[in-house]
Design a protein around this ligand. Structure first.
Ligand code: BV8
Ligand code: ZN
Length: 249
């Protein structure tokens, strides 16, 4: 019998119910947001002390902002690359990775751009909003991996001389079609969706949850706070780094 620890801050009967849903699910989809990286020390977007407390999203994560001041946008991303480079995946990322390696039909879809799921060992992570560690040329479209931190020059330039941008999806931009299609397919075919560390306010990522529920999946939310989707999910009100090892261990 698994030690049903209250350390995860979740009532044992709720944890038992959630573990039973995991045990009986064939195909599982995990949708994660900034909250799963909070315990790695990476600020979330909308929480207390969130990333954008000091900035307004439209000042930074939009094509117009980049056109207006590419250096400012790159300085924000360089700051985040620095934070992520100095941090590590936490027990929440690792619990997901270890479980997904044991469970054949497990898909990890993330809104995060930090690469921590892959670093923790999760296979085939679907990155809906791109990655801090990839750039794309605004002139020739060439995409490349760029792990150097700090960058030798800001903003970075492509071999063709074009200005490079972060290969990240900004507000008003469409998500990478292949990633979105894979995420949508997983949402429509899963038996259980785990909604972890997301405020579920950013679309279309958040629409994956109602999509899965309407297709008959059960849903579990892992979040210390409530979200607009909480009432349609079994809520494990706690932090991912504590709840996920208790849920998936
Ligand atoms: C598009 C890259 C158009 C940047 C990001 C009005 C209504 C509905 C939609 C819109 C609207 N106005 C505009 C829109 C569209 C817009 C949108 O959704 N806006 C929102 C803000 C209302 N969406 C878009 O623009 C998307 N594109 O719509 O294109 C289009 C359509 C068709 C054809 C052509 C064009 C693009 C959205 C992608 C934007 N890019 N990121 C970057 O990262 O630098 S979004 C950004 O928010 C991040 O990716 C982040 O992941 C994402 C979602 O935030 P969360 O991950 O949920 O993080 P948040 O801080 O909000 O929440 C953290 C949660 O964790 C909290 O609930 C907290 O309680 C919890 N938590 C805290 N600690 C823990 C924890 N949980 C567990 N454990 C803990 N320890
Ligand atoms: Zn180029």
């Amino acid at each position: 019998m698994h030690r049903l620890d209250r350390d995860a801050g979740v009532p044992p009967e709720i944890l038992r119910e959630a573990r039973a849903k995991v045990a009986s699910a064939d195909r599982i989809l995990a949708l994660t947001g900034a909250g799963i990286s909070a315990e790695s020390g990476i600020p979330t977007f909308r929480g207390a002390g969130g990333l954008w407390r000091d900035y307004r999203p439209e000042d930074l994560a939009t094509p117009a902002a980049f056109a207006r001041d590419p250096r400012l946008v790159w300085e924000w991303y360089e700051w985040r690359r620095g934070l992520v480079a100095a941090a590590r995946p936490n027990p929440g990322h690792r619990a997901l990775a270890e479980f997904s390696l044991r469970h054949p039909a497990f898909t990890t879809v993330t809104q995060n751009v930090d690469g921590f799921h892959t670093l923790a060992g999760s296979p085939d992570v679907i990155e809906l909003h791109g990655s801090l560690w990839r750039t794309r040329c605004t002139r020739c479209g060439a995409e490349r991996e760029e792990r150097r931190h700090p960058l030798p020059e800001l903003p970075p330039l492509c071999a063709c001389g074009g200005l490079e941008r972060p290969a990240i999806v900004w507000f008003g931009e469409t998500l990478p079609p292949a990633a979105w299609d894979a995420a949508e397919t997983a949402a429509l075919s899963c038996d259980l969706i785990l909604v972890i560390g997301t405020s579920s306010v950013v679309w279309p990522a958040a629409s994956l949850v109602p999509l899965a529920l309407e297709a008959g999946a059960a849903g579990i939310e892992v979040n210390p706070d409530g979200t607009p989707l909480s009432e349609s999910l079994l809520v494990l009100r706690g932090r991912a780094g504590e709840v996920l090892p208790a849920l998936l261990g």
